[in-house]
Design a protein around this ligand. Structure first.
Ligand SMILES: [Zn+2]
Length: 205
């Protein structure tokens, strides 16, 4: 019976089994060339950077090399293929939805900027121009909100992006309000990403 390998162990566990010493969440000593901290690894793949050392691969290949991969039956293999196909469909749907929303926001951003440009032109003639002030009062809060939403959609972890796409208005507003308040969002690695001001210094009187 042919069988497909499936990994049940984390990559650090597998590296340990292969004789590597884990020195940090991303680094390990190499069991092949004895290099210190020369392996960098993620949840799925590893690579020894030492010149001439070919110790690299994925959790799947390492588990197979170590004889730790579970052998799947034909039925398990079909289930696994179906789950993978569903995950790929979901990922494709998410990518398309996110792209559509981002393009809508870029358009809104452009429209708001033209209001700001228009106001700026009116102010050059008359600083007390009420239409110009009304335009700014309308455009600036919305610009903040559009930029904050774009930064969430571009940088935030997937669950936050999904909430923006799928959830109710109150969740939606809360995520955007928090991003505006903090001036940015945390990405999936916990790194702070500032809200991008796509066209800074547009309005100068
Ligand atoms: Zn090595």
């Amino acid at each position: 019976m042919t069988a497909t390998a499936q990994v049940e162990f984390s990559l650090p566990d597998l590296l340990r089994c292969a004789g590597a010493r884990i020195v940090s969440e991303r680094r390990a000593d190499c069991p092949s060339c004895r290099g210190r901290r020369t392996i960098s690894y993620t949840a799925d793949v590893f690579n020894c950077h030492h010149a001439g050392c070919g110790f690299r691969g994925s959790a799947t290949t390492l588990a197979r090399d170590l004889g730790l991969a579970k052998r799947l039956s034909a039925a398990e293999r079909r289930t696994s293929a179906r789950v993978r196909a569903q995950a790929q469909q979901a990922a494709a749907w998410l990518t398309a939805e996110l792209r559509a929303r981002r393009f809508a926001l870029y358009d809104a951003h452009q429209a708001l900027l033209s209001i700001v440009f228009g106001a700026s032109a009116r102010f050059r003639r008359d600083m007390s121009d009420e239409i110009a002030w009304a335009g700014l009062a309308y455009a600036y809060p919305q610009l903040d909100s559009v930029r904050a939403e774009l930064s969430v959609l571009e940088a935030a972890p997937i669950p936050d992006r999904l909430i923006l796409l799928k959830q109710s208005d109150s969740h939606h507003k809360e995520i955007i309000r928090r991003a505006i308040e903090r001036g940015g969002v945390k990405d999936a690695n916990g790194r702070f990403v500032e809200i991008e001001v796509y066209c800074p210094g547009v309005f100068q009187v």
